[in-house]
Ligand binder design. Structure first.
Ligand code: FES
Length: 85
């Protein structure tokens, strides 16, 4: 963490890197943070119900549904890449 309670990590989308800093209470899930932060159309279509698969990301090399990922200390300094589905 950079400041007290802050979580910083990197998002990669369309070959661009975006540095993100947030707090654990600001977003319900990583999916909602990404929808709020990046201009990604068709991302998170089922609004976090876990059924559409459009919110797939690769976190430190592992593919996961971002709507099932909490924004907490586990993401500190992570590299999160959006995956086209
Ligand atoms: S938002 Fe649909 S599976 Fe995550």
């Amino acid at each position: 963490m950079t400041e007290k309670g802050q979580i910083s990590f990197t998002l990669i989308f369309n070959g661009q890197q975006y540095r993100v800093a947030t707090t654990p209470t600001q977003y319900y899930s990583l999916m909602s943070l990404i929808v709020d932060t990046l201009p990604v159309s068709g991302f998170g279509l089922c609004s976090g119900m876990g059924g559409c698969g459009t919110c797939m990301v690769r976190i430190n090399g592992r593919n996961v549904l971002s709507c099932e990922v909490a924004v907490n200390e586990s993401l500190v300094e992570a590299v999160i890449e959006l995956i086209e589905v």
